[in-house]
Ligand binder design. Sequence first.
Ligand code: FES
Length: 632
Amino acid sequence: MTELVRLHVLPAGEWVGARKGESLLQAVLDAGFKIETVCGGRGTCHRCQVIAPGLEGVPKRQERETFSEEQLAAGYHLACLQKVEHDLEVQVVELEDYAEKAFSPMVDWPGIRLAPSARRDIVRLDPPDLEDQRSDSRRLREALPDGTRARIAYEVLQALPATVRESGWHVSVTAVGDTVVEVERHHLRPPIGVAVDIGTTSVAAMLVNLRTGTAVDVGAHSNSQERYGAEVMSRIDHARTPGGLAALQAAVVGDVNRILGESCARTAVAPRDIVSMTVVGNTTMLHLFLGLSPEHIGEAPFVGVTNDGVSIEASHLGLDIHPRAEIHVLPSVAGFVGADTVGGMLATRLGDTDGTRLLMDIGTNSELALAHHGVVYTASAPAGPAFEGGQIRDGMRAATGAIDKVAIDRGSLSFSTIGDAAPRGLCGSALVDCCAELFRVGLVDGSGRLLDATALRARGSADIPALTQRIRTVDGQRELVIAEASESATGRPIVLTQRDVRQYQLVKAAIRAGAGILLADVGLAPDALDEIFLAGSFGSHIDLGSALRTGLVPDVGTDRIHDVGNAALEGARMALLDTDFRDAAASLARRAHHIELSGRKDFNSHLLASLPFAAPSESSGVHTPATQVLHA
Ligand code: FES
């Protein structure tokens, strides 16, 4: 029999139960507290920090690497490395769900024809008499616009005689495709559809009035699967464990239900009025949402169960909407180029016209789609978790206390944090800013080397002494102090290390190598690009100047680069409102030429060529104050 112990979780002050012998991280997460788990409990990300003075035993190696002697003495631990053996007091740092606030703004796209798969009509039926002995169902079908081909769901047939008579033969009829799924007493409520974007980090959903096409509400939350790791590969690994796939599916379906529940409460929409849903996401997230095994996406040749569009009824997935609602998952291109990219291609009309356009969705796995005179090429660059805080010494995801912007002005460094809170770490946009600013003022050279005071003096840069005082060497590694221990929320300085700069170089070089290979395959140089679309949450939050200065995006000039916000969700909305876009999505996914970068012999040469930092061209439109540049 499982023995239970109790945890007193601070600062909430709640007592919660835990199974004796289970991981402390698991127990805290199961109790509903949100703490960071980039590595999914493998003990490698150093993020799941708690204070539990009552834990006994010698600190683990990773804990010694993470904490100072004083912190170890005070009971600092990594929760995933500790087991709960007895009643315990544990202090956690809860992450606020920042996904909703960080939601990328929607771009105003041109009008879309209204032709959804679900409709609701108000019809008056002629009561039967001896001259008109048509059955109730035939009477209903013949009263519907073009309804003679309609099928009527069994449960609707069962209730039909009472419904039509009690409503005085005046009813609202909801059809999904060619099936009548609801007949109710006459009312004016519109049918509601939902466009959903399932990202590895967050889930977003938009309620849409299917009669007018207008957005009713938008909501977003962190993807609850993050407890199993921040990256797609951690989720795939967990799906291979007994019960893992079901747990991952339950987590993401629960997220969608939670967002819809909150949206319905805000807007007074009845969940049963939601009769259609379109879903985009990366290929693995869509497999998990559908309860399909993503196992083989995780290993070469990276093949999923299906890349086709899938339509099923809501009742199969446990969604808290009309049980007969149609759920349409848009098609993917490949194991690592999902329906989110297809949605982005739909929204940007990427392959519709002449010209050369590049869609970049920058993230842990960065998807790229290049359209050249209507032909579409795709690739996926494994950028790693640096933008989510993984593999960065003081990295963290975008949450309260994350430093999100860094600037250097006349030798003085300043930063802002999310929620104006005391700094806890650096999120992805700050990582890009740090590298861009340090390179701009000469503290990092073109090779990515963080210079010390001696090297800077040799380069004639004595005009930035305040900055050089921030540079120090710890355990043989050079680092720059962004925030002093006295101003941070953790009591430790927040630093950018030489290794962090190298990590960022690898990330941006992987993305640029992918773009370089796509362009080279069609015989083009980056300056041939007419437009670049930056999609996704990260694309919306990075500073474009910093992205250009560090070479994260091709140097084509700011006037040709567009932030398109959550284009994937817009693509899902288009497919919700006009079923022709589902056919267009299927066509795009089918005819896209996917280029598998892991099999390319020239990937390394592109990667190496993309590693250095180089000053942006004069035509880039990026303002570079000459007084601070030491590279010239
Ligand atoms: Fe514990 Fe990563 S170190 S979750």
